[in-house]
Write a protein that binds this ligand. Structure first.
Ligand SMILES: Nc1nc2c(c(=O)[nH]1)N[C@H]1C(S)=C(S)[C@@H](COP(=O)(O)OP(=O)(O)OC[C@H]3O[C@@H](n4cnc5c(N)ncnc54)[C@H](O)[C@@H]3O)O[C@H]1N2
Ligand code: MOO
Length: 445
């Protein structure tokens, strides 16, 4: 585990009370140490998990030369430029069958897609490109070239070649690739446990009757969705009152069970904002406040498990299967209470940090570029995230417009967005037609 001093002395521009969005990303890369515990999981359970070792192909894929079309297989060396070809049909082979007979010069074999190409044959002509009698086919000139429509053994993967690398996320395509190798299970890093709690005396749990001054908790629900999409196990610790003792008990419980803790509310400068103080008592506050909007009062730190009193930490290698978690500290993300500020902070920083904690080494997906359909006012000196809808303009280019009220408590404009327009730290107001960057939600939330 790196100490804060080790991380911060190397970090350019570190200012714990006003971090730029870029320095938060660099900081979290240093702070977060990936989990190390590995499990062997059957393929169907492994979707969304992170590979803990390279997958080396035990076989070649495809395992044999085979036809890419329903048609006729023959030796392509008989083709002559500008000339047609007449071939005698000597048999027929389906996928899964092996043709054992001979196919001589002047002959062909009727073959179905996926069927093994017999030795000596390297070319397939699709059936709709030939004229056929009972005994022969006739290929017009220029129908195929030697080697056409024949899929070669190992053209996808050669035996012994790495198919996937350690640190890759298992997507549906990756799961399919592993299955094509005949492997039934894969080594993956264990699932992260993430504890969530909402703070605030005014926060109502669902099912409670409304009361004056109170609002229903939405943050635990957006976080539940975001964390579930990420494949984390969510430990829901409910709503905690704005009281230091209640917060301390909740943090201790969370830290004893989870790799990461995500709170919302109580990180600003109000009299009931106790999150940072409790974080400092049980661990350390790494930084608080980011030059961004929304989400400025984000606080990040960690809770040291060996300091906990009420929830003793058992450091057993298999303990993540039980109640506690085998890491020395739990990283704590104190998100701002305003619902959109909480979501934006999660998407901008928490999600990439959790992916790193999960062992994922994949690059962040590139931001998309779209033309702003309207003026977007922006002050230089902070990164801004605006809720937007990307669509295709009449000329085929991408355009983006904002989804209305951008107040950091307004969830409806978030629910109607398909991405966040990311306006960088030094950027000023965006004019209509200018290109802007967009972080798309697809696959993320
Ligand atoms: N004097 C200042 N006041 C505020 C500042 C500031 O710099 N100086 N920052 C503002 C900004 S920006 C934000 S964001 C908020 C963040 O405050 P907290 O993290 O302390 O959050 P709360 O005060 O607890 O709540 C803010 C707001 O969000 C509602 N909320 C909280 N939790 C939930 C939840 N789970 N579900 C739905 N809504 C929730 C809460 O009722 C408040 O309306 O501080 C500003 N103030
Ligand atoms: O940063 Mo706050 O999130 O704007 O409301």
């Amino acid at each position: 585990m790196n100490t804060l001093d080790q991380i911060t002395t190397e970090l350019v521009g570190y200012n714990p009370h006003n971090m730029s969005a870029d320095s938060v990303t660099s900081f979290l890369t240093q702070l977060v140490q990936p989990v190390t515990e590995v499990q062997q999981l059957s393929l169907c359970q492994a979707l969304g998990r992170v590979l803990a070792a390279d997958i080396i192909s035990p076989i070649s894929v495809p395992p044999h030369n085979n036809s890419a079309m329903d048609g006729y297989a023959f030796d392509g060396s008989q083709l002559r430029p500008g000339e047609g070809l007449s071939l005698k049909i000597v048999g027929s082979v389906l996928a899964g069958q092996a043709w054992t007979g001979k196919v001589q010069a002047g002959e062909c074999l009727q073959i179905m897609t996926g069927a093994m190409m017999p030795p000596g044959l390297d070319t397939v002509v699709p059936q709709e490109l030939v004229t056929r009698t009972d005994t022969h086919i006739c290929l017009p000139p220029h129908t195929v070239r030697p080697g056409d429509h024949c899929r070669l053994m190992g053209e996808d993967l050669q035996q012994g070649q790495p198919a996937l690398h350690k640190g890759e996320l298992l997507t549906p395509a990756a799961i399919g690739l592993v299955a094509s190798l005949g492997l039934q299970s894969v080594p993956v890093y264990r699932r992260l446990k993430v504890a969530t709690l909402s703070t605030g005396n005014e926060i109502l749990s669902l099912g409670e009757p409304p009361r004056p001054g109170a609002v229903y908790d939405s943050n635990r629900y957006t976080l539940f969705g975001l964390l579930t999409r990420l494949g984390c196990e969510v430990i829901d610790l409910g709503v905690v009152r704005d009281e230091p003792a209640a917060l301390q008990a909740a943090f201790e419980q969370a830290a004893s069970q989870a790799d990461a803790i995500i709170t919302s509310g109580g990180v600003s400068v109000g009299e009931a904002d106790h999150t940072k103080q409790t974080m400092a008592q049980l661990g350390e506050v790494a930084f608080w406040r980011v030059a961004m909007r929304p989400g400025r009062p984000l606080a990040v730190g960690r809770i040291f498990k060996d300091k906990l009193t009420s929830s003793p930490f058992t450091k057993r290698a298999d303990s993540y299967e039980n109640k506690s978690c085998p890491t020395d500290s739990a990283i704590l993300f104190g998100l701002p209470g305003n619902p959109v500020a909480a979501m934006v902070s999660f998407l901008a920083f928490v999600r990439p940090a959790l992916l790193r904690l999960m062992g994922c080494q994949a690059e962040a997906p590139p931001l998309l570029q779209a033309h702003a359909s309207e003026i977007i006012p922006k002050k230089p000196g902070r990164t801004e995230y605006q809720r937007g809808i990307v669509s295709t303009a009449a000329d085929g280019t991408l355009q983006v417009r904002t989804t209305g009220n951008q107040g950091s408590g307004v969830l409806s404009s978030m629910a109607h967005a398909n991405g966040l327009i990311v306006l960088s730290h030094d950027q000023g107001t965006v004019q209509a037609g200018e290109l802007v960057k967009v972080m798309m939600f697809d696959g993320v939330m």
